[in-house]
Design a binder for this molecule. Structure first.
Ligand code: APR
Length: 177
């Protein structure tokens, strides 16, 4: 599986599935969540409301993931995950690892072969980009080892230069070991 990082807007990524850094309500927000809902159109919110009415009445748990169609996005699927919120005392790295591994599980389950992933929790939820990058790269590498051939590419799509640099550093470090 190819694993790489690029700077850009995840809503324009031409991949099978993009990962959304959502919140437990699944009813939208700012940051990448707001950008994805704006680009996907109102049907995305309706699909999320349907999830809340049916399989997720209490919302999506931190570290879990669920898929919806991508609607007006280039990507066929959106995989919503909820990162740990450092401001709410959610500092356990295993919660963030779970966001990445569960997102890849769900993407593979819906048949995606290429997935774009943002820096979950590195914005509003207050985690440092360096920590998110190290955790994300380790999680995706580990997932690939456990699921050989299940995905063709995971592409970290970072919105700012410093976060992109943090992921490039984490990828370079992982390749040295
Ligand atoms: N494409 C890629 N990355 C983006 C984009 C975009 N269009 N917009 C923002 N980002 C980046 C941010 O710069 C940050 O590095 O995504 C990373 C995650 O930031 P947030 O979107 O704030 O996500 P998070 O820190 O997980 O906080 C989630 O914020 O928007 C609300 O509803 C969301 O309550 C939830 C919380």
């Amino acid at each position: 599986m190819r694993i790489r990082a690029e700077q850009g807007d995840i809503t324009t990524a031409h991949v099978d599935a993009i990962v959304n850094a959502a919140n437990s309500s699944l009813l939208g927000g700012g940051g990448v969540d707001g950008a994805i809902h704006a680009a996907a159109g109102p049907r995305l919110l309706e699909a999320c409301r349907e999830l809340r009415r049916t399989v997720l009445p209490a919302g999506l748990a931190v570290g879990d993931a669920v898929a919806t169609p991508g609607f007006d996005l280039p990507a066929r699927w959106v995989v919503h995950t909820v990162g740990p919120n450092r401001h709410a005392g959610e500092t356990d790295p295993s919660l963030l690892t779970s966001c990445f591994t569960r997102s890849l599980d769900v993407a593979a389950e819906v048949g995606a072969r290429t997935v774009a992933v943002p820096a979950v929790s590195a914005g509003v939820y207050g985690w440092s980009p360096d920590d998110v990058a190290a955790i994300a790269v380790r999680a995706v590498d580990g997932w690939d080892e456990a699921h050989p051939g299940r995905l063709d590419e995971v592409r970290f799509v970072l919105f700012s230069t410093p976060v992109h640099a943090a992921f490039e550093d984490a990828l370079a470090t992982a390749r040295r070991h």
